[in-house]
Design a protein around this ligand. Sequence first.
Ligand code: BEZ
Length: 210
Amino acid sequence: MALQLNDLAPDFTQDSTEGPLNFYDWAGDSWVVLFSHPKDFTPVCTTELGAAAKLKPEFDRRGVKIIGLSVDASDSHAGWSRDIEETQGARLNFPLIADHDRKVSDLYGMIHPKASDTFTVRSVFVIDPARKVRLTLTYPASTGRNFDEILRVVDSIQLTDKHKVATPVNWKHGEDVIIVPSVSNEAAKALFPAGWDEKKPYLRYVKQPG
Ligand code: BEZ
């Protein structure tokens, strides 16, 4: 069965652009964003990897390590990395798993046979320091992902882990959030002493805490 939210992210050891990599050892106590690419030397993936490399400082700031995967061998990845640097103006600054035998792709359900027997779809997994899967996304091979959206979700998950709030539609860091329904008004007074804007008893906006 496909990995579901709060499942334990499976461990693995596989080749990568940074040599053999054990996932749990590499992740340490960081958050992780793991994302798959259908194949090396494909145009959409090339743009995604360049964009991810440019955004790495933003992931670093949030305590998140990023790691890509493509179902080719590491010598192919090395040639592709040169093309990524040349065309996207950014050098790969995170590991790219060389999943030549599809070990990791199968473990994480990244191959969807009705889409392709051989290529992975564009999967994204956000994994927390306890190794729990906190977000899954699946895009078709022809659609490049929005890495700003992945950062936005990380911001939301990290905020809601710390405070009894949820984030509304299209929320971005710094905007008002919502007090979760399980918090009574009595409890909310202690948690949010500056008060909140109650549109309905179940819809209470509050300034972003923290
Ligand atoms: C790409 O990465 O460009 C791509 C891969 C498979 C199908 C379509 C596009």
